[in-house]
Design a protein around this ligand. Sequence first.
Ligand code: SF4
Ligand code: SF4
Length: 233
Amino acid sequence: MIASERKPLDEILGQLEGEANVFVVACDGCSAGCQVSDPDHTEQMVKELEEAGKTVTGVARVEMVCNSGLTALMLARHLSSVNQADGLLVMSCGVGVQSVAAAVEKPVHPATNSIHLGGFQGLWRSEARCAQCGDCLLDYTGGICPYTACSKGLTHGSCGGPMDGKCEVDPSIPCGWERIYQRLAALGKADRLQEMPLRLRDFRNMLPMKERRRTSLWALELFEEPEAAEEAG
Ligand code: SF4
Ligand code: SF4
């Protein structure tokens, strides 16, 4: 399982700037279990988008968005609504967002941040990987994760070492940053890279939000607030 938390509405609307028509993809797997993309929260998201002036051209619920074959099939079933959209908003973990990006030639935006729960994450039918960084950058990188597609996990561009589009660390694989640039260029969004905020990775983002850490949903009884401990006597 990969755990997810919803991004704030302001950030989501920032990603969708200039895109009036949006198609929503919601996962019925892990992120639904995290109460991020279950039917109620998906409905809430659609309502918030419409209140912000967006037209939601359609919603696809996919059992496991990380299953790239299944996701492509479900999107094909909604082809007309997908075609009407300027971009897709994906309510799933980072793997699911990458699955959708691989299936459509349109901008794809993450509605969530994937966070770290530790332990074995399980398996999924997709080559995409997510390092659960807790601050999903896929909106800037054309739906390709820089942490996992680049051998060095670089987040602000190529190391300068790729040869003929291949990674200098492992020439048997394409350079992740070459893939990111080519994808964005094909979408006419290469400028997005320049808009990417320069920031150091904050590993604290990998943890769930503080107020959720002590709930049974996360099963992480990491600490007790001093006030709560006093009240409990
Ligand atoms: S940027 Fe990559 S590691 Fe971070 S949440 Fe998105 S897919 Fe996962
Ligand atoms: S060649 Fe590309 S993928 Fe390989 S380490 Fe450098 S930037 Fe990353």
